[in-house]
Design a protein around this ligand. Structure first.
Ligand SMILES: [Zn+2]
Length: 361
């Protein structure tokens, strides 16, 4: 993704922050300056946000490390002004596992809040009268800092558990519904509720907090996308790669030239090619690679081809290919049957396959 700063990695999971995060810091500073706040207070608030986002990273790590126990990898955790997003390769399909993964994030904030509860005299804050409390909390002291952090972690738990799919609470809801209704129906119901709540967030956001509007969009389109994905996956149940394989493809030799491949590309609609030598697949030529080498038309395919590729057996489930597309960031795979090449499969052809399947139902 463009515009991200890589902060490093924790237990093999990359932590990145999006540039718009700086807007949040600037916005908070701006609000404080507007109210004539002291430098101390501005510093206090900025550090508070940074530490709070450390809590958000820990929350996301809670999801990611629980998912890892079920052999699901997490590529990265991205921090946005509205919160963190952990890019899990997929969600566990067993409802019991999804329940644990969804709860693991908020559970981390419960732990942090509990820890702070024993350090900060939380009760004494609630004994103050409202006006005095406001005054006490205005002071940028270390104790206040911890109190805010406590409060923010409690809010993170409450907010995340709102059943607005795909937020954590919505995932909990989907998992619970899945036990009885199956994943497809459960996702449909959970995403409808999620979209309804998103509209509510949007309206509230117009009046109270612009961040709610951003979150509303995130939920609305997230719910739409996941519902579509689950539906597609269920349509693909029982269908194997062989059914969606492109069999009418041009096979290249390592001794073909770049010019020959350009001519094939222009004459037809193929974009990616398999390179075969003595009946064995030896490489892949993608359109990107071809464009890169277009200035040297006499170069041989064998010199430039991508040698890392993932052949797929014709009997594999098509839904597995969709997972590979997501995890390997590739969308073209040679297809083999008993070790021999019979064609290739790409994202477009799977989309086409789904299109025909949906028109039948
Ligand atoms: Zn979460």
């Amino acid at each position: 993704m463009k515009g991200v700063l890589k902060l490093g990695s924790v237990l093999g999971i990359k932590i990145e922050v999006h540039w718009t995060f700086t807007l949040l810091l600037l916005w908070v500073a701006f609000l404080e300056i507007q109210q004539g706040a002291s430098l101390d207070r501005i510093f206090f608030n900025e550090v508070l946000i940074l530490v709070l986002f450390v809590c958000v990273v820990l929350h996301e790590l809670g999801h990611a490390l629980t998912a890892r126990r079920f052999n699901i990898n997490t590529q990265k955790i991205l921090l946005l002004p509205v919160g963190g997003v952990a890019t899990l390769d997929k969600m566990p399909e067993k409802p019991g596992q999804e329940l644990l993964v969804a709860f693991a994030g908020p559970a981390v904030n419960v732990l942090i809040a509990l820890l702070l509860y024993f350090i900060v005299p939380v009760k004494s804050y609630f004994n103050f009268e409202a006006l005095i409390l406001e005054e006490v909390l205005y002071q940028p002291t270390f104790q206040n800092f911890l109190f805010y952090l406590f409060f923010a972690n409690v809010m993170l738990v409450v907010f995340n558990l709102i059943p607005a799919f795909p937020m954590d609470g919505g995932r909990v809801l989907r998992a619970l519904l899945s036990f009885r209704l199956g994943r497809v129906v459960a996702t449909k119901i959970a995403s409808s509720i999620g979209q309804g709540l998103a509209i509510l967030f949007f309206i509230l956001g117009l009046f109270f907090n612009p961040f709610l509007i951003l979150i509303a969009f995130f939920i609305f389109f997230g719910a739409y996308g996941e519902n579509k994905f689950v539906k597609q996956n269920s349509l693909l149940q029982g269908h194997v790669v062989k059914e969606a394989t492109l069999t009418n493809i041009s096979i290249l030799k390592p001794t073909s030239t770049v010019q020959e491949v350009i001519e094939i590309t222009l004459a037809g609609s193929e974009k990616d090619f398999v390179v075969v030598e003595n009946e064995n697949i030896v490489g892949i030529i993608s359109q990107k690679l071809l464009v890169k080498n277009a200035r040297t038309p006499s170069v041989l395919v064998g010199k430039i081809m991508e040698k890392v590729f993932h052949p797929i057996d014709a009997s594999l489930a098509i839904s597995k290919v969709l997972e590979l597309i997501a995890t390997e960031k590739k969308d073209f795979f040679p297809v083999t049957d008993k070790g021999k090449i019979i064609g290739a499969i790409d994202r477009n052809n799977i989309s086409e396959f789904i299109l025909f399947k949906t028109s039948n139902s």
